[in-house]
Structures are given as C-alpha cells and as structure tokens.
Design a protein around this ligand. Structure first.
Ligand code: NI
Length: 258
C-alpha cells in the first residue's frame, strides 16, 4: 500500500472534509500518511490529528520560514513530544532562500539546532531545501554526526550530483508531484539513476498536485500518480514501486512501523 511521507493534513484547505478524507484513505490503497508541522501551532495540530487516527503520524519541527517560532518553549515542547508514540521524525527543517526577508543566519542556526535535537531524541529528520542547496549541503556535511538516525530530503529537485552527495550522507530522497510536471527536468533525471532503495513517495499536499491535477488541491491518494511516474521512468511495475517505497518509508521512519 501507498505511504505519503509528507502531507499537511492540518491545512485549512481540509477543514470541510478532513475526517471523510482520512476515513477513505484505505479505499485508495493509502496505508499511512505522515502529516508535517512547520510552526508552533501545527506542531500541536499535527500531533492531535495523529492521536485521533491510527493511520496518521506526525513529524514535528520549525520550518525555515517560521524561525521566529523557534523559542526555548518550543524546543522544550518538541523534546517532550518526541517520545510520543505517534511522533516519528523532526521536520520540516532546513533552509529556504526563495523568499527574501528571513535572515539566512537565523535559518542556519535553527536548522543546526534541530539537527542536534533530532540526534539527541533519536529521531530521523525531514529536510526542506529551496534555492539553498549550497548552504544546506555544507551544514549537512559539517554535521554528519547528527544524521545517525537518517532522514529524507523532501520534494527532491536537485541534480544527480547533489543526489550522490545526499546519498553519501546516508539520507533518502522523496519525490512528489513535481516529478510529473511537464517542465520537470532534473527530478526525472535523478529518478532514472537513483537506487530504488533511496526513494520514498510524498505529496506535500495540499500543494503541488501532480499532472494532470496540477493547480487543484492535492491529496495523499495522488501518491499513486507519482508511483506510476517512477515506474515509467525506471521501467518497473507500479506494484513494485509501491512495495519498495512502502518498505523504504517504514525503514526510514521506524516508529511508523507498527
Ligand atoms: Ni511541506
């Protein structure tokens, strides 16, 4: 069955049908969904949603665009929640230089601090990177010791060369809707040469719905479109892609394997 390793089910775009959507996941062959926090509020709402539903798990952390939320109180709360049975990773954390206005040094400090935190509490990391791969890779290389619990670079859209660097660090990559976009070039190139053992599925929903649903609200069931695309690119069956990525996701996030 499918696992969506990166969704934002707490988003208000699901306020009218969240319960129905979660209840119908298994009908679309979606086994588990990992809902990802990005600020102080979504840490609480993600954990609550995971507590209410067997098939939902929470990944908690502060996104680089929300570094102002990374206070002593937040750090203490993340640590406290890290031992919660449904909290499976720290994320999404990283760097985002796409929008101006968030100090780069603040972003780096908060990213490194959360890598340390993940190491300390024994959880893998979910890494966000946008227009910042040079600094991101430098931080990861300089803090390789902190990656002992593994992790994933989500919505991977960097080059083959960067994929090889990420792999050397023991990290995995996640493909979502962007792999299917008609103008997508580097993601299919990486997908083609990447080891199947390094790939997990994601949606980043409600954003980045795959082709031909681009521009509409994304949902975990559309991981099937991404799995189909991976199968096409690599010349392997859809069922095989689903099986391998399912196993990869549970290996990467062991607390979701129960
Ligand atoms: Ni996300």
């Amino acid at each position: 069955m499918l696992i969506d390793t990166h969704a934002h089910l707490t988003d208000n775009q699901y306020d009218n049908d969240r319960e129905a959507l979660i209840a119908s996941l298994h009908l679309d062959n979606v086994d588990k969904v990992f809902t990802v926090a990005y600020d102080r509020n979504t840490i609480e709402s993600s954990v609550k949603l995971a507590e209410e539903h067997d098939n939902i798990y929470a990944i908690i952390g502060i996104h680089p665009s929300d570094v102002a939320d990374y206070t002593e109180e937040t750090i203490a709360r993340i640590k406290e929640l890290s031992s919660h049975p449904k909290v499976i990773a720290i994320g999404e954390i990283g760097l985002d230089y796409h929008y101006q206005g968030i100090d780069k040094e603040d972003q780096k400090r908060v990213f490194i601090s959360q890598l340390q935190l993940a190491h300390e509490v024994g959880l893998p990391v979910c890494i966000h990177n946008r227009d910042s791969i040079g600094d991101c890779l430098e931080i990861l290389k300089n803090n390789k010791d902190l990656l002992s619990n593994g992790g994933v670079v989500h919505c991977f859209s960097e080059s083959v060369e960067i994929y090889r660097e990420i792999k050397k660090l023991g990290l995995k990559i996640a493909f979502g809707g962007t792999l299917t976009f008609k103008n997508s070039v580097t993601a299919p190139e990486v997908c083609k040469i990447a080891d199947m053992e390094d790939i997990v599925l994601e949606t980043d929903c409600p954003y980045l719905a795959p082709h031909p649903y681009r521009g509409t609200r994304n949902e975990p069931k559309l991981t099937s479109v991404v799995a189909t695309k991976i199968g096409e690119i690599k010349g392997i069956s859809y069922d095989k892609v689903v099986e391998i990525t399912h196993n990869n996701a549970l290996k990467l996030f062991p607390k979701a394997d129960r």
